[in-house]
Design a binder for this molecule. Structure first.
Ligand code: PCA
Length: 213
């Protein structure tokens, strides 16, 4: 029997906040079924809904048993691809999610730690992207909306599974959505490269380059 190919779980989000597209759903669609560093990419688009997004994420984690997980979200207004450094234990929604839910100042996981670090090599990813001419920066906050909610739940779920690398990357708008923006092909390339770098980097670079804030 052929051994099963190790998997990369890549998630994106459906459009939200009145938008008709979300670049992350498009990126996930393009990379689903491709192979990166000998790993098969499994792409899943999550609903932009508190709670439900996590249920879908957990199902995907169970089904794919991935070696690497990268969750993606749109951050309108950012000009760079931004790997997130940290997930925090709070939901504080500025706008309602796609089901009309708007939690304010409630924990993602009751009794959970204040924060979890990404286990992606965020600075190595930023450095590699910049070397290819792709704008990138480390972000110190994933916000307090559905993206941070999913990121925190992901890291909480994997807290005892050190062998699985996981984290979150925000991406800018597509050109059709407004400015600043990056073209879909460039963002897709960036995320594939980020996954490749993560697979071969266990210890992150220590560099002062690449901060967003
Ligand atoms: N971005 C939102 C949620 C879904 C998405 O793509 C966020 O940054 O929280």
């Amino acid at each position: 029997m052929k051994p099963a190919t190790a998997k990369i779980l890549l998630t994106g989000f459906e459009p939200f906040g009145g938008d008709s597209v979300n670049p992350t759903a498009e990126i996930v669609g393009r990379l689903h079924g491709t192979s990166i560093g000998g790993h098969e990419v499994v792409g899943v688009v999550l609903p932009c809904v508190f709670g439900e997004a996590v249920v879908r994420l957990k199902t995907a984690l169970r089904r794919t048993a991935p070696r690497l997980v990268i969750c993606l979200g749109q951050a309108g207004g950012r000009a760079e691809i931004t790997p997130e450094r940290v997930a925090i234990n709070v939901d504080d929604a500025r706008i309602p999610d796609n089901a009309g839910r708007q939690p304010v100042d409630v924990p993602v996981v009751r009794g959970g730690p204040t924060a979890y670090w990404s286990t992606l090599p965020v600075k190595a990813i930023v450095t590699a992207l910049r070397q290819r001419g792709i704008p990138a920066a480390v972000s110190q906050t994933a916000g307090t909306f559905v993206c941070n909610h999913v990121f925190y739940a992901l890291m909480h779920r994997l807290r005892r599974r050190r062998a699985v690398q996981a984290g979150f990357i925000h991406v800018p708008w597509l050109p059709a959505q407004g400015k600043p923006a990056l073209p879909l092909a460039k963002m897709t390339k960036a995320i594939a490269l980020a996954a490749e770098v993560a697979l071969r980097t266990r210890t992150d670079l220590k560099t002062t380059d690449g901060r967003l804030h």
